[in-house]
Design a protein around this ligand. Structure first.
Ligand code: AGP
Length: 632
């Protein structure tokens, strides 16, 4: 939540900051602002709402300054008004701060500062920071700095007083050649360019300038000057950090021919799955050694699987839905009892400790605060317990460089490429792919499936990219037309059973997130126990009816809805039943039931997308949401 960006170099900082904020706007868009240092003064401009408001306000007011910081906000403390927008300044307007996160002890700090005569003009937690830094600078204490920079030292002393999860970037008019950055449990990376240095909450804001990136860890801070970057810990000791090279094409963060990032990302799914298959299917697994080599190469250490008796999956939102499919696969294929918990819930009522448990955190961003905290809690509560209770933590993420890498012992990279649309699409299918690989690997190790069945599933996985291409080619335009008919619809019900129940939840979540239509996902067989009361001719029902163990059951449940006048939309292969029962149907290829979530989710993503696009809504940046939820 919130995007921060900073620049020091030879270019006009305002231009760099605005283009950086454009890449970070997915993190929050309640307000935006930037501050530069020019002619011995801080110039700060802020605007409520989206970045275009800030751009408009900037016209004619830009400075040519080569240093500055910028922010795009997802409101936590204080309404999304201009007076709460970042950057925040000290009373004299000499120090400017942008922050992502929450300063938990801001009330105490605010009171302390008030008693010293500082006045506050916003409702935010962030405003204490510039006052604290200004106070430390004016007290003279920071001169003791080992770095030789009183500004760095003042920021260092200030961050040591802050509690919570935060990343900050700070500039000071009295130190116009320094940009200070600090991190405590909120992401921030530093880009090392040619004669220019940047910082940003996420790498898409850096890649048009440089591919060389240093990611700060918790308790680390950096001083960016025109000459280079120095990294320190919060104790003030200098650290050596080796940059990594991203090798990302700037085109990855452009919409290309698509109207929205979400549509582009939906269309990228076949290639994402191909990349997962190439990476994780073991080419050496051929007929000669089926029983000797695992069909899957996940690079997890052997000891990781020793004595595992059960699995606990922790996640939020769409990742939680992927976790539900993971549970189905781990239980049905690998015979491993699995529970799936909302990370935000389990933190305050964890299940009793069980020995020999593998804990899997699923988070595309790798930065979701609840998921990280739930994983850390599992680590803590198992510390000091007998060996068989030791935490074995596995992360499934799209961002292997993110915070989750510091929390878990092993990571599966879902290889989806950067996802900019706030509504997750390609990262969802690649999370589900990770669960197929995991479940097949364990099934092979535990010998819970005949080898022919494993082979058969793998062959099915290989067909998926072409099958999705077929859905996109045949259904996109049809769904676009169909979606027009729901311009005034207020409620939707999504039904699914078995492995497609999580897809009903995901279809409903996508629609809610981007079209603001109330939607509920329900297990089809449970509808008659309550939600059926909602049905009438104004409530369309989308039923996922894939051939397999629950096909006939779902058709009967769909008939029950039809008998209550609901307009019925089927997600299923074309068939006579489809034509007879459903008013509309979104055709998908016939696939093994076990693999069907990967195909059934595609038309539901398209349906949500086209309904929202017809309504003229901001599909990529839906109201009130942010791509990575880095606060509790
Ligand atoms: C997905 O469309 C949502 N925007 C949201 O539910 C998301 O899945 C959730 O916030 C978890 O994010 P993560 O995968 O980055 O942890």
């Amino acid at each position: 939540m919130c995007g921060i960006v900073g620049y020091i170099g030879t270019k006009t900082a305002t231009d760099v900051l605005i283009s950086g904020l454009e890449k970070l706007e997915y993190r929050g868009y309640d307000s935006a602002g930037l501050a530069t240092i020019w002619e011995d003064k801080i110039h700060c401009i802020r605007a409520k709402g989206k970045l275009y408001n800030l751009k408009e306000k900037l016209t004619g007011q830009e400075t040519p300054a080569p240093i500055g910081i910028g922010h795009t906000r997802w409101a936590t403390h204080g309404k999304p008004e201009e007076y709460n927008a970042h950057p925040h300044l000290d009373a004299a307007g000499r120090v400017a701060v942008v922050q992502n996160g929450i300063i938990e002890n801001y009330r105490e700090l605010r009171e302390e500062l008030k008693t010293k005569g500082y006045e506050f003009v916003s409702d935010t937690d962030t405003e204490v920071i510039p006052h604290l830094i200004a106070d430390l600078l004016s007290s003279g204490e920071p001169k003791k700095s080992s770095s030789g920079s009183p500004f760095l030292e003042a920021v260092r002393q200030a961050v040591n007083k802050l509690q919570g999860a935060f990343a900050i970037a700070v500039i000071c008019a009295d130190h116009p050649n320094e940009l200070i950055v600090a991190r405590q449990q909120a992401p921030i990376s530093i880009g090392l360019g040619q004669g220019e240095f940047l910082c940003a909450s996420d790498t898409p804001a850096l890649i048009s300038h440089t591919q060389a990136v240093v990611t700060l860890e918790n308790g680390e801070m950096a001083r960016l000057t025109h000459l280079g970057v120095e990294v320190y810990d919060f104790a003030g000791d200098r650290l050596n950090k080796v940059p990594r090279i991203l090798n990302w094409s700037p085109a990855l963060v452009e919409k290309q021919v698509f109207k929205h990032f979400m549509l582009k990302e939906i269309h990228e799914q076949p290639s994402v799955i191909r990349s997962c298959l190439e990476t994780y299917l073991n080419p050496e697994w051929d007929e000669k050694n089926l029983s000797l080599i695992s069909p899957i190469k996940l690079k997890l250490s052997e000891s990781f699987w020793e004595n595992i008796e059960q699995v606990s999956i922790l996640a939020c939102g769409t990742s939680w839905h992927a976790g539900l499919i993971g549970k189905y696969l781990l239980e049905q294929l690998a015979d491993l009892p699995t529970n799936v918990q909302y990370a935000s819930e389990t933190r305050y009522a964890p299940s009793p400790l069980r020995p020999n448990t593998l804990i899997i955190g699923v988070t595309q961003s790798g930065e979701t605060a609840d998921t990280l905290a739930a994983l850390a809690m599992e680590q803590q509560r198992r510390a000091g317990k007998p060996k068989n209770y030791a935490a074995k933590l596995l992360g499934i993420t799209n961002r292997t460089e993110s915070s989750i890498a510091n929390v878990v012992h092993q990571v599966i990279d879902i290889r989806a490429g950067i996802e900019i649309g706030v509504a997750a699409t390609k990262t969802f299918v690649s999370q589900v792919m990770a669960f197929y690989f995991l479940a097949l690997d364990v099934a092979w190790r535990r010998k819970t499936l005949p080898l022919e069945r494993i082979e058969n599933i793998i062959n099915g996985l290989r067909q998926l990219p072409a099958q999705i291409e077929l859905i996109l080619a045949t259904q996109d335009e049809y769904i676009e037309e169909l979606a027009r008919e729901f311009n005034d619809t207020q409620d939707f019900i999504f039904l699914g059973r078995g492995i497609n129940f999580p897809i009903a939840l995901e279809g409903a979540l996508k629609l809610k997130e981007i079209s603001y239509i109330h939607a509920e996902g329900y297990p089809a067989g449970e509808m008659k126990h309550g939600p059926i009361a909602l049905l009438d001719d104004k409530v369309p029902v989308v039923a996922i009816a894939m051939p397999g163990s629950v096909y006939e059951k779902v058709l009967s449940n769909a008939q029950e809805a039809k008998a209550r006048d609901a307009r019925l939309i089927g997600v299923m292969p074309s068939s006579e039943a489809a034509l007879e029962i459903f008013d509309d149907f979104l055709a998908v290829p016939e696939v093994d039931e076990l693999l069907s979530p990967i195909v059934t989710v595609i038309p539901l993503q398209l349906l949500a997308y086209h309904i929202a696009a017809h309504r003229g809504l901001d599909v990529d940046q839906p109201r009130n949401l942010a791509k990575s939820v880095t606060v509790e």
